[in-house]
Design a protein around this ligand. Structure first.
Ligand code: SF4
Length: 355
């Protein structure tokens, strides 16, 4: 797929835009005032593959703690600012790499101009984070509700103010909790500007439902080449957001890593495939492997899929065939299938790393 052409924006060590890889981000669920807990969660996010995390800055105690977090964080930090422009100034002092402002709950003149000037002087990017749930009353009235056009106008107002100040280190988001509205808003915005997009479906829901809603919204946009950084918003541990983001990118061939394929099982299945597939997936999670692995139930599609994968097993009656890159390696009794598959992957990984 062809990425939407954007200008390139730098934020700390990261670059956002069509010439750079798509960045996975998340948001801490910790209280920013608790530095130790926040840093611990940032560590977990980094280990899961997160590249950038955002922290809420609800007051000046949090802004002060943010400086400490930035100093020790293994990940670049974004400050999430609402209502009070002075908190944005404090976050800039804390040396975050980006701040997120919500044009729906901040006045676009006066204080915010000061924020833009400070961001410019400190080489800090700003995300204009429009949210369907917090649009200004005047915009809501004009469009009769939070429509795609209303989201775009809210973003455009903020961009116009920043451009007047000669500030263009802008990343944009236009989120709604409805995937279709989110998709429409980004499509519309893509026609009128070339700033990089942070994409996501906001308040998407709990782990299962939220992952699906996000995959629909984010996946549709990415398939159209729209999106330069993504956050999956889940009512769950933020590590799950990172895992979901990775899966979405992998499903579209936009990132490397493990691609796991398993069949849904049917009346032909003669092995305990569901448990085997779950166990293989779980064990592969801890092995950082860049491969396509297939766990199939029978010889109908099994050997075909398994042979098409880098590694695979296909079930028979009480046994499995083990495949590697299209070649049948051997027949293994059902009880030893998982170990045989994992051992084969580990052995190859070890010899690749030794090369
Ligand atoms: Fe059924 Fe075989 Fe297809 Fe699995 S691979 S769903 S067992 S036909």
């Amino acid at each position: 797929m062809k990425r939407r052409k954007t200008r390139m924006i730098k934020a700390g060590p990261l670059t956002f835009g069509s010439e750079a890889p798509i960045i996975i981000q998340s948001m801490n669920s910790t209280d920013t005032r608790d530095v130790a807990a926040s840093l611990q969660q940032i560590q977990q996010l980094q280990q899961a593959g997160c590249q950038l995390t955002r922290l809420a800055v609800p007051d000046f105690t949090a802004a002060k703690a943010l400086a400490e977090i930035v100093r020790y964080s293994p990940l670049p930090i974004v400050a999430d600012i609402h209502f009070d422009y002075k908190l944005a100034l404090a976050a800039i002092d804390a040396k975050v790499c980006k701040i997120r402002i919500n044009p729906g709950n901040m006045k676009l003149n006066g204080g915010l101009k000061e924020v833009v000037q400070a961001a410019k002087a400190n080489h800090i990017a700003i995300r204009v984070g429009v949210n369907a749930g917090s649009l200004k009353p005047a915009i809501l009235q004009k469009y009769g509700g939070p429509t795609a056009e209303a989201l775009v106008e809210s973003a455009q107002e903020a961009i116009a103010m920043m451009e007047e100040e000669n500030f263009t280190d802008i990343v944009l988001s236009l989120k709604s909790s409805f995937p279709l509205l989110t998709i429409q808003a980004y499509r519309l915005m893509a026609k009128v500007c070339d700033y990089p997009f942070h994409i996501g479906v906001t308040e998407a829901g709990t782990l299962r439902e939220g992952t699906i809603r996000s995959a629909v919204g984010i996946g549709t946009l990415l398939a159209e080449g729209i999106g330069d950084t993504l956050r999956v918003s889940l009512t769950a541990d933020p590590v799950e957001e990172v895992k979901a983001a990775e899966s979405i990118l992998k499903a579209l061939g936009l990132s490397e890593g493990l691609t796991f394929i398993s069949c849904p099982t049917c009346g032909r299945t003669e092995v305990d495939l569901i448990n085997v597939a779950n166990e293989v997936e779980k064990r592969l999670e801890s092995i950082k492997v860049n491969a396509k692995v297939a766990v199939m139930g029978c010889k109908v599609n099994g050997p075909g899929e398994a042979r098409g994968a880098d590694y695979g097993i296909a079930g028979g009656k009480g046994n499995y065939l083990l495949f590697k890159k299209g070649v049948t390696i051997k027949k293994i009794p059902e009880a030893g299938a998982i170990d045989a598959l994992i051992d084969l992957i580990l052995k190859d990984k070890a010899s690749e790393e030794a090369d």
